[in-house]
Design a protein around this ligand. Structure first.
Ligand SMILES: Nc1ncnc2c1ncn2[C@@H]1O[C@H](COP(=O)(O)OP(=O)(O)OP(=O)(O)O)[C@@H](O)[C@H]1O
Length: 350
């Protein structure tokens, strides 16, 4: 009797195990199958891929493709080293930024598509999501969610009133958001992602003024358009870590250095290559380091903050930037450590 019960128990467990495995495989297959929708365009010989996301969910691939093909100069938001960016609004709910990659700067091959598929898998609240792409023989389009508050670069270095409107709390929130986004790319993505071009124009702001890191993966994917002055092989002058000039190798610690420069921009409101520095034969990083050695960092704080900032917390954030800007890469913190240091700066002074 006892043996029969044991045999029955083992049989039931085995059946349950097999059924659960089959169910998991079925669900994984469904998820994979729904992950992207593909539509071929017989007119241009191109292929559009739409990744599964809330923004893309309700769109019909065919009408979306027609809208994309209808983009014209009046829809241009701006342009950068990799091509032109267009705004595409779909009804009242969804809006996208469509980046048309300069002709010939990317080849449409399986490697290119694989990279884009990997980029489409990266989802984090501090990263601009890639919603899809269009690959055609003569051009490629990358479709991103539109960030309604533009870039940190425009806010800090555009109109005086927008810079004044960006108070200390908002700046700390942006700094922490970028750090979280980068920590995710460096430590949680498989394979790990090095951004290679962290700078204020690649930090976009969503409707909550939450920072979103943009353009990740592009530096590896593309050869930049050399007519665009700011972009060199990979990375941008003023943000590049010193070792990059010797080795030419991009590393996570190189991203940490560039992040340190962005922190200084948030603290001082100045561009890393501000003309006033060039005139005096110095640069933002050197000037702030000297100011910190003299313990006068409050004099380097952006005048737009008009003394309405927590002095102790700001001092701690200067220290975080200083650590990120260590000339020896191994002395720089990881991005995960930066996230903690910024939280501590807030908590110790709260
Ligand atoms: N997802 C987006 N939402 C809103 N605006 C965007 C988006 N992506 C890009 N833009 C805007 O489009 C313009 C061009 O961006 P792009 O990333 O091509 O160049 P960049 O970052 O200025 O320079 P570089 O190519 O050297 O990195 C910028 O003004 C940027 O703020």
């Amino acid at each position: 009797m006892h043996t029969t019960m044991v045999a029955l128990y083992i049989t039931i467990c085995s059946i349950l195990f097999i059924v659960s495995k089959m169910l998991i495989s079925f669900l994984l297959y469904k998820k994979w199958a729904r992950k992207k929708r593909i539509i071929e365009n017989s007119l241009t010989g191109g292929k559009m891929v739409m990744f599964r996301s809330a923004a893309m969910q309700s769109l019909s691939p065919k009408s979306f493709l027609t809208m994309i093909m209808g983009l014209s100069n009046k829809d241009i938001i701006g342009s950068g080293g990799y091509g032109t960016v267009y705004r595409l609004s779909v009804g009242e709910k969804a809006a996208f930024a469509v980046k048309k990659l300069s002709r010939g700067s990317a080849e449409m091959d399986r490697g290119f598509e694989r990279e884009l598929d990997t980029m489409g898998d990266i989802k984090h609240r501090n990263i601009v999501p890639l919603c899809g792409y269009y690959a055609a023989p003569h051009f490629n389009l990358l479709i991103y969610e539109l960030m309604p508050n533009g870039s940190l670069d425009t806010i800090l270095h555009g109109k005086e009133e927008t810079r004044r409107a960006l108070g200390w709390e908002a700046r700390h929130k942006i700094a922490a958001g970028v750090a979280r986004g980068l920590a995710y790319l460096h430590h949680d993505c498989i394979p790990h992602v090095i951004h290679r071009d962290i700078k204020s124009s690649n930090i976009l702001l969503d409707h909550n003024m939450e920072a979103r890191v943009s353009d990740f993966g592009l530096a590896t994917l593309m050869k930049p358009n050399h007519s665009h002055v700011t972009t060199v092989v990979a990375g941008t002058f003023g943000y590049l870590a010193p070792e990059y000039f010797e080795t030419g190798r991009a590393t996570t610690k190189g991203d940490v250095y560039s992040y340190g420069v962005v922190l200084l921009e948030l603290l001082t409101g100045m561009r890393p290559t501000d003309e006033s520095f060039l005139e005096n034969g110095t640069r933002l990083v050197t000037w702030v380091k000297e100011t910190m050695e003299e313990k006068r960092e409050e004099h380097a704080v952006d005048s737009a903050l008009e003394s309405s900032f927590p002095a102790e917390e700001v001092k701690l954030v200067f220290k975080v930037a200083d650590k990120c800007l260590e000339s020896e890469p191994c002395n720089r913190p990881t991005m995960a450590e930066v996230v903690k240091l910024l939280e501590q700066a807030k908590n110790t002074t709260a």
